[in-house]
Design a protein around this ligand. Structure first.
Ligand code: HEM
Length: 141
């Protein structure tokens, strides 16, 4: 395991173990994310957010697997197709906003947040996000 993977894992454990004003890490992430853009908030207008948080938490591990193996799982492929222009139509640039909202939330929830922690999150998520963006308009695999 690389140093960055270890740094990420330790940080992930800290943020999941913390609540701020009864809000979990994923609660706060969605608050931060939808506050960044009306268009993004609009896409979640009819979404059951409690369910959405559980699904994101689960799919998060699939993004991480991508970092570790350089291979998308069938599950990640399914999510990417669901997000593409033919379905949810999640624009590639929204993933950058997603990542910035996530880093902001890590800064709030990780008491030992640092440059190394931030870089670890960015590195570990980069391949998965690149994959999701790429699949936006590359529909055949
Ligand atoms: C790498 C980043 C992302 C991951 C891992 C992810 C993961 C997921 C998962 C697992 C679901 C549920 C699929 C299901 O119903 O089975 C979902 C739904 C959804 N995602 Fe994402 N997502 C990501 C980025 C985004 C971004 C950037 C947006 C932008 C607004 C977005 C908007 C949505 C919407 C609108 C839904 C449908 C919600 C509903 O059912 O009402 N996602 N996502």
């Amino acid at each position: 395991m690389s140093d960055f993977e270890n740094i990420f894992d330790a940080s992930y454990e800290r943020v999941l173990g913390k609540e701020i004003n009864a809000q979990s890490f994923f609660d706060a992430f969605y608050v931060n994310f939808v506050s960044k853009s009306d268009a993004i908030a609009h896409t979640f207008a009819n979404t059951d957010m409690a369910k959405q948080k559980r699904l994101l938490e689960k799919s998060f591990y699939k993004l991480l697997t991508f970092y570790a193996t350089n291979n998308a799982t069938d599950y990640l492929e399914k999510i990417a197709i669901q997000h593409n222009y033919q379905h949810l139509n999640i624009l590639p640039e929204w993933y950058d906003i997603w990542l910035e909202a996530l880093i902001e939330t890590v800064a709030q929830y990780d008491d030992t947040f640092s440059d190394d922690v931030e870089l670890a999150w960015r590195l570990v998520l980069a391949s998965g996000i690149t994959y999701m963006k790429f699949k936006y308009n590359h529909v055949a695999s």
